[in-house]
Design a protein around this ligand. Structure first.
Ligand code: SAM
Length: 674
């Protein structure tokens, strides 16, 4: 296996490398699957140090206090837990935020679907008599259709399970510990006011605040404390307005023209309000975002979400309809009006004249168990190439009525990353998958095949034995947990597993984690509840079509061929469960023995997941089939909505390691580019 592309810049002296440094080594590289020998050779000093670094480096330590990311189950934590084990008052099982928000806020798709697609015949100004106009507008952008189709087909390609995996923004991120995990973004600049200097980290932080505030507001409303000044139940909009007032939004004062720092092509969002708080698209409702430059109104962004008959000609060309003129049905506005060259329309025209790029965001409707939900995806920068007037027919009280509308032709600018949906389409269309090394590295051991792809070089995936579950030494006696006696779905009122979880079920009805905890007890084989119980999630295995792929600079990595909604279970970190003493790691702080998961010789797809300072996964300890806090399962969950083909990463927590001069050591980490 190749040497790592980064190295520890200095090796601490034996004297200075105390317990902290062991954990730091561990946390830097918990899942490394490099052979021991290569690690030993990479260590410069002290045999003892080498052994420690090597052994811990190679594995995820389950019981080390220092390995904070893994939320170790150490003695202190355990004893605390025991004290806390007296059940808290049982609270009603909450639905997911999104679900409740959907019900309460009435967020439904603005996409009214009409099937006949509009034909754009001319790019020049069209001067057609109104009565000649017969074109019927399509309200569903074709791109949206092809996009969702591409994803669906990818899903069918990989026999994607139909189990719902709806995104749950706003819930799973909110426990204190998860906050800690997520806020582990690297502070490249000043840590003043806790504001990260890295633009990507700023974006993540802003979205995180949004989610936390949504949840808090929802709680307040549920307990009858709806803010007096809140007229409707649009929690997302209310939170966006609170954040604007509290100056917690990004790029609000000076709207950004061109790329928004920290936002990448393919980023996905659930709410328009999220686009607004990030400054990706400022208006909450209007399709065209504008600002003023040199005294002229220019367009900064457009949202294509079906409100107007826009048309996607191909992956680079979009015909965008101007705004206004629609009959609203309100007094004085019952008939369609000709659009005027003002507001957003004027902005787009001026952007053409001034050659100013416009951000394009696509929104499309997806359905989950019959419920409508929107997904927005940033598609990149476009240039306005042309505009013209065109008649459009509206149906008013059953009668066709026509008015002129503006059409703007936008072309995607060159030099931007290819959109993921296009890549997916290409993958799906091609008979032979480019760079395919293995169709299923799990050799049928996982429900969904795990392909291996290398389009970078000729390297093959390293030799290891694929195991879907962690194996433990033969002498190790697993103790079965006491199961609940529920006959149907577990409920907070009656289930003894819920009591173990301190009165709360950590998952929502869609199988997304809503509460990160030091340890989650799922119902297990000893429980009376059915396999469909909401408290059985990560034990059901991988649900997404994962793929191992060769990255440019981080060796092999893992990605999904489908979007992963925030909070979804992704995979377990599997390997050989070894007592830490076997690994040359001494117990500390009264811990007699704990287990580490060694994925070097045997493991699953989890062994290929790389680290990032801005991860999109987090690790959660889970117990269900045995009752030993020293060796919980390490389960990865999505910390955010993850677009297809985006590399999956988690944070190998880097504790503070100091050199002999007491200076904190810094290690290079490559992320951002695959
Ligand atoms: C758990 S393995 C991940 C799979 C690994 N990339 C491979 O090719 O097998 C951890 C190793 O990947 C590499 N790695 C992981 N994240 C990295 C990052 N952000 N930058 C550079 N190297 C990284 C390091 O060599 C590390 O020891």
């Amino acid at each position: 296996m190749q040497e790592p592309s980064w190295k520890i810049s200095e090796v601490a002296s034996t004297k200075n490398l105390k317990r902290r440094s062991i954990s730091a080594a561990c946390s830097w590289n918990p899942g490394c699957s490099r052979p021991f020998a290569s690690k030993i050779s990479s260590c410069a000093e002290g045999d003892r140090v080498k052994r420690k670094r090597v052994s811990v480096d190679s594995n995820i330590a389950l019981g080390t206090k220092q390995n904070k990311l893994m939320k170790p189950i150490e003695v202190k934590t355990m004893s605390k837990e025991k004290k806390d084990e007296a059940p808290e008052p049982i609270v009603p099982f909450p639905k997911s935020l999104s679900e409740r928000a959907m019900v309460r806020t009435g967020i439904s798709s603005p996409l009214a679907v009409k099937k006949s697609p509009m034909k754009v015949t001319s790019k020049k100004k069209v001067v057609t008599k109104l009565e000649e106009c017969t074109s019927h507008a399509s309200l569903q952008p074709q791109s949206c259709l092809s996009r969702s189709r591409a994803e669906k087909s990818a899903s069918s390609l990989y026999h994607h399970d139909k189990r719902p995996t709806k995104s749950i923004p706003g819930l799973q991120a909110h426990s204190r510990r998860l906050n800690a995990c997520r806020s582990n973004v690297v502070y490249y600049g000043s840590k003043k006011n806790n504001v990260p200097a890295n633009p990507r980290a700023k974006v993540k932080r802003c979205l995180h605040i949004f989610k936390v505030r949504c949840r808090n507001l929802l709680r307040a409303i549920e307990s009858g404390k709806k803010p007096a000044n809140m007229e409707d139940n649009r929690i997302d909009r209310k939170v966006a307005s609170i954040m604007r007032k509290g100056k917690e939004t990004l790029n609000r004062d000076k709207p950004v023209v061109g790329p928004v720092p920290g936002i990448e092509v393919g980023d996905k969002y659930r709410y328009r309000a999220e686009l607004c708080i990030l400054g990706l698209h400022q208006p909450l409702q209007a399709g065209i975002g504008t600002t003023v430059r040199n005294g002229k109104r220019i367009a900064t962004s457009v949202v294509v979400s079906g409100g107007y008959p826009d048309k996607v000609v191909n992956k680079d060309v979009l015909i965008y309809s101007g705004s206004g003129g629609k009959p609203t049905g309100k007094p004085g506005h019952t008939k369609p009006k000709d659009q005027k060259l003002e507001g957003g329309n004027l902005g787009l025209k001026n952007s053409l004249d001034m050659k100013i790029p416009v951000r394009v965001i696509y929104g499309w409707e997806t359905r989950n168990r019959g419920k409508a939900m929107m997904t927005y995806s940033y598609d990149g920068l476009y240039e306005v190439e042309n505009y013209w007037l065109e008649p459009r027919t509206y149906e008013v009280k059953g009668k066709p009525m026509a008015a002129y509308v503006f059409k703007f032709q936008l072309r995607r600018m060159k030099g931007q990353p290819e959109q993921n949906w296009c890549k997916l389409k290409r993958i799906q269309m091609s008979k032979v998958r480019e760079g395919l090394c293995s169709e299923d590295i799990s050799l049928g051991k996982e429900v969904h095949p795990i392909s291996v792809v290398n389009t970078i070089n000729n390297e093959k995936v390293p030799q290891f034995r694929y195991i879907p579950k962690t194996v433990y030494p033969s002498w190790y006696q697993k103790s079965l947990p006491k199961g609940c006696k529920c006959k149907s779905q577990c409920s907070v009122e009656t289930c003894s597993c819920v009591v173990k979880n301190k009165g709360k079920i950590s998952f929502n009805f869609d199988g997304a984690i809503v509460r990160e905890k030091p340890l989650i007890y799922e119902c297990g084989p000893a429980c009376g509840c059915p396999p469909s119980c909401y408290n059985r999630v990560s034990q059901n295995g991988i649900k997404f079509p994962l793929e191992v792929f060769k990255t440019k600079i981080r060796g092999w990595g893992v990605r999904s061929l489908l979007s992963i909604p925030s909070g979804s279970f992704v995979c377990e970190y599997v390997g050989i469960g070894r007592p830490s003493s076997d690994m040359g790691v001494r117990s500390s702080e009264g811990v007699k023995e704990w287990f580490t998961v060694d994925a070097q010789e045997m493991g699953n797809v989890g062994r290929f997941i790389n680290r990032s300072c801005s991860p999109n996964l987090f690790a959660q300890h889970v117990l269900f089939d045995y009752d030993d806090k020293k060796m919980p399962h390490i389960m990865f969950f999505a910390a955010e909505n993850i677009p297809p083909l985006k590399e999956l990463t988690y944070q190998y927590k880097y504790g503070s390691v100091h050199d002999s001069d007491g200076k904190e050591k810094v290690k290079e980490c490559y992320h951002g580019t695959s």
